[in-house]
Write a protein that binds this ligand. Structure first.
Ligand code: P6P
Length: 341
C-alpha cells in the first residue's frame, strides 16, 4: 500500500462534505465526529475485554429483560457522556434505557439533533471474541429549539433520518455511516487514533448469493419463510448452485458482510415473536437507511421499513434487508399477514 497516500480522516471528510453545502452549519458533521470519539473510547475497552475485569454479567437487566454485560453498560455510559458534552445533541434514546434522556445543559436545549443507539449490539458475542458493534441514528428534532427534547423526537419514521450507521469492533474497527449523499467507511488507524477513509462510496451488490438467518428457528417460521429457505438451499438452474449460509449472530457483523459482499439478512416474525426480535428505532431503521443509501432494499415483509411510523420506542420489527434481487425474491415468498406464523 502506498504509505505516502494522504489519509483522509473522519474529521477532514466530514468537514469537506459540509463544504459541499454552503447552507450547512456543520452541526451534523460535528455530531458524527462526537459519535466517532465515543466509539474510539469504547473500542479501547472492547480490545481488552478478555483482560480487564469487565467480563461477566453486570447483574442489572435492561428494558429488554436481558442481563447487561458490563461492557454494555460502559458503552452506553460513554455514548451518553460524550453526547451530553456535544454542542449538537439535545438528547438520546438507547436500547439500555427504558426512556429517552433529555440533556438539560443550556447549549443542549438549543441543539438541532437527537441520537438513538444500540451501544453494544451483539454483546452476547463478547466472551467468544466475535465481532460486535455500536449502531446509531441521527434525527433532526421536531420539538421546538430552546426547550427539552420530547418523545416525538424519538418516534420519527426512518425516512426522516439525517444520518445513520454503525461501528464494528472486529478484525479492524470500522465506522460506516450514511447520509443522503451516500455511504462511506472509515477504518481506525490505531497509530494515530483516527478513523481514516478506507471504503468511499460503498454500494451493496444488487445480486447476492449469501443468506443470513438463524436457521435454528426454522420450525417457528411461516410457510413463506420456510419456502424461501428451501429456495436458497436448492441447487436449481436459476442461481446455478445453492446459496451460502452465513450467520454470526451479531447484526452489525452480518450487515457489514451483507453491505460489502451482497446477500440477504433476515430476522423474520415467528411463532414466538410476532414482530421478530430486532428493534425498529436503533437496529432496523439505521441499517435500512444505510442499505438503501447503498442501493439495497429493506422490508418488514409487507412494507418498506423506513416508512413504518413508530408507536413505541423499543418496538420490534421483522426485517428482510440486503441485495435488491434477494430481498425481492424473499418477499415473493412472504406470506400474507394472515398466514404469518
Ligand atoms: P439470535 C444480538 O443479540 C442481536 O440483537 C443482533 O445483533 C443479532 O442479529 C440477533 O440478536 C441474534 O439473535 O436469536 O439469532 O441469537
Amino acid at each position: 500500500m502506498n504509505s505516502h497516500r494522504k489519509l483522509i480522516t473522519l474529521d477532514e471528510f466530514t468537514i469537506q462534505e459540509t463544504r459541499q453545502f454552503p447552507q450547512a452549519t456543520g452541526e451534523l458533521s460535528a455530531l458524527l465526529r462526537d459519535i466517532g470519539l465515543a466509539c474510539k473510547i469504547i473500542n479501547k475497552q472492547v480490545l481488552k475485554a478478555g483482560l480487564a475485569d469487565i467480563l461477566g454479567k453486570h447483574g442489572a437487566t435492561n428494558v429488554q429483560g436481558e442481563e447487561q454485560m458490563k461492557l454494555d453498560v460502559y458503552a452506553n455510559e460513554m455514548l451518553i457522556s460524550v453526547l451530553r458534552g456535544s454542542a449538537d445533541c439535545a438528547g438520546i434514546a438507547s436500547e439500555e434505557n427504558d426512556e429517552h434522556v433529555c440533556f438539560a445543559e443550556d447549549f443542549s436545549v438549543n441543539s438541532k439533533y437527537v441520537v438513538l443507539f444500540d451501544p453494544l449490539d451483539g454483546s452476547s458475542n463478547i466472551d467468544v471474541n466475535a465481532p460486535i458493534g455500536t449502531i446509531f441514528s441521527i434525527y433532526r428534532r421536531v420539538s421546538p429549539l430552546g426547550q427539552p427534547c420530547t418523545t416525538e423526537d424519538f418516534l420519527q419514521p426512518g425516512n426522516k433520518l439525517m444520518a445513520a450507521g454503525y461501528v464494528i469492533y472486529g478484525s479492524s474497527t470500522m465506522m460506516v455511516y450514511a447520509t443522503k449523499i451516500g455511504v462511506n467507511g472509515f477504518t481506525l488507524e490505531p497509530s494515530i487514533g483516527e478513523f481514516c477513509l478506507s471504503h468511499p462510496n460503498m454500494k451493496c451488490p444488487e445480486k447476492g448469493k449469501i443468506y443470513s438467518i438463524n436457521q435454528g428457528n426454522t420450525c417457528k417460521y411461516s410457510e413463506g419463510t420456510k419456502a424461501f429457505l428451501d429456495y436458497c438451499m436448492e441447487n436449481n438452474k436459476e442461481q446455478g448452485r445453492p446459496f451460502s449460509h452465513r450467520y454470526i449472530g451479531s447484526m452489525v457483523a452480518d450487515m457489514h458482510r451483507t453491505l460489502i459482499k451482497g446477500g440477504i439478512f433476515m430476522y423474520p416474525a415467528d411463532k414466538s415473536n410476532a414482530n421478530g426480535k430486532l428493534r425498529l428505532q436503533y437496529e432496523c431503521n439505521p441499517m435500512s437507511f444505510l442499505i438503501e443509501a447503498a442501493g439495497g432494499v429493506a422490508s418488514n415483509g409487507s412494507m418498506r421499513i423506513l416508512d413504518i411510523v413508530p408507536t413505541e420506542l423499543h418496538q420490534r420489527c421483522p426485517i428482510y434487508i440486503g441485495s435488491k434481487n434477494m430481498v425481492e425474491k424473499a418477499l415473493s415468498y412472504a406470506d400474507s399477514p394472515a398466514t404469518v406464523a
